[in-house]
Design a protein around this ligand. Sequence first.
Ligand SMILES: Cc1cc2nc3c(=O)[nH]c(=O)nc-3n(C[C@H](O)[C@H](O)[C@H](O)COP(=O)(O)O)c2cc1C
Length: 218
Amino acid sequence: MMLDSPDAKAGPGAERAPRDAELLNAQLLGLLERRRSVTPLRLAEPGPSADEIARLLTIAMRVPDHGALEPWRIILVQGSTREELGGRLANAFLEANAPREPAAADLAVRKIKAVFAAAPLVVIVVSCADAAARIPEWEQVLSAGAVCMNLMTAASALGYGATWLSGWASYDPAALRLLSVRPGEKVAGIIPIGTIVERPQERARPSLEKRVTTWGAA
Ligand SMILES: Cc1cc2nc3c(=O)[nH]c(=O)nc-3n(C[C@H](O)[C@H](O)[C@H](O)COP(=O)(O)O)c2cc1C
């Protein structure tokens, strides 16, 4: 089955020759088939330009959103604020954890700092699902997940590496305050983005046989 290109049916591209549409689809499918997460330790400057960031975020928010509630928001961490936030998160982690397990805390602190030091841009996608809204909260949360995935795909399409992270900073109350995540909100993803310095190898992928069933089949 061939996907329609975004402008195959309407708009300025409607008169495009079918072969162009096929080429676009082939590129899109190729990207989706090859995309891999790239850990922040394999990322470096330069990050996306201001125009590219605007484009990435516009694509990120172009997601299915039942009821058009926009149940998500985005926090950008870039420039010198990365180091400041990484340092403050690391201190908060140490305050809570160092007394119990100093060695493990040291490793965790280095990881927290590395995320913000290595990647030129860190995008925090926040889920602002409203349990009292007429749309089920679960669907609002799924929409925030879609924002994360669209951002990952768009970053990859622009030639950047990215990875979808969570970890301690996504859940700890002191970390959430530092990130300016409000009560009732949740971190859907912490997504560092930057230039790829080392490409990761492919990893094992799910098997259709294990994960897919056909309803009604024996
Ligand atoms: C919600 C969510 C949170 C994640 N948090 C982390 C994390 O904190 N640390 C980590 O190493 N991988 C985390 N992952 C996994 C990576 O994002 C990614 O799945 C893995 O590196 C393989 O990616 P790929 O299949 O896109 O190449 C998380 C994934 C999801 C969906």
